[in-house]
Design a protein around this ligand. Structure first.
Ligand code: KIV
Length: 260
């Protein structure tokens, strides 16, 4: 567990860190060799389960998907998101994070910041559970999407938060939708790697939701780049399958298991 984290940390200022999300073994298996870190994100709430936000996803949902993802991971660091309301106090956070690590065999957990989770991060690190922080737009705590760091008060608050998260012992931190200037400042100040999402090139690495880059989710804000359009590919395949069943092209003799 710690070996993978050490090699992740060593890449700061040397190589850009490549991070993506996964919710299943099949996707994890494909992306693993190109990633430094794979996150089982609570974004599965919206992306996979069609929920209106990330708040309804349960610890059990996350654990089940992480068990599946783990089966496809060989080299990447596996990080599991702690869902909302599963780390409201130290006792609960320790109990739930221990359960996540035990059941999923992940390398670390991620918790979103609400500007006061530092004691929780510290407590988890103390019991040897590595933690990834997450600041900026944190959907578990913020109702409205907004780019953060556009004024001096926000910029100072974000920098302070990042420093406190590092001090609490987090091994890395996600900067979500933070201005390029503030992302640059945080990345310069912190010794731990910063991973950006919608926060410009001024981070040590980048993360995006895999379903978004594959064109599966239908969610394409400006910070997402679509690298494939699986929607169209799947639709074409389903259309052909449907036509071949109706015209009795499928199953053909070569698909018969026995006889004619
Ligand atoms: O839940 C998630 O997928 C995330 C990433 C978007 C960073 O937190």
């Amino acid at each position: 567990m710690l070996k993978k984290i050490k090699s992740f940390l060593l890449k700061k200022n040397k190589k850009k860190l490549v991070c993506l999300t996964a919710y299943s073994k099949n996707i994890a298996k494909i992306i693993d060799k190109y990633c430094d870190l794979v996150l089982v994100g609570d974004s599965m709430a919206n992306v996979l389960y069609g929920m209106k936000n990330t708040h309804e996803i349960t610890l059990n949902n996350i654990i089940q998907h992480s068990i599946s993802v783990k089966k496809g991971i060989y080299k990447s660091l596996l990080v599991v998101d702690m869902p909302k309301n599963t780390y409201v106090n130290i006792k609960q956070a320790k109990k739930n994070a221990k359960l996540v690590v035990k059941k999923t065999k992940c390398d670390a957990v991620k918790i979103e910041s609400n500007s006061k989770n530092y004691a929780i991060i510290k407590a988890l690190v103390k019991i040897k559970i590595p933690v990834m922080g997450h600041i900026g737009y944190t959907p578990q705590f913020k109702k409205k999407f907004k780019v953060e760091g556009r004024n001096i008060i926000e910029a100072k608050r974000l920098i302070k938060e990042a420093i406190l998260i590092e001090k609490a012992g987090a091994f890395s931190i996600i900067l979500e939708c933070i201005t390029p200037k503030v992302a640059k400042e945080i990345t310069k100040i912190l010794k731990i790697p910063t991973i950006g999402i919608g926060s410009s090139l001024n981070c040590d690495g980048q993360i995006l939701v895999t379903d978004d880059i594959l064109g599966l989710s239908g969610f394409y804000p400006k910070f997402v780049k679509r690298y494939a359009n699986l929607n169209t590919i799947i639709e074409k395949a389903a259309k052909k399958y449907s036509k071949e069943i109706k015209t009795e092209v499928f199953p053909s003799k070569k698909n018969f298991l026995y006889g004619k």
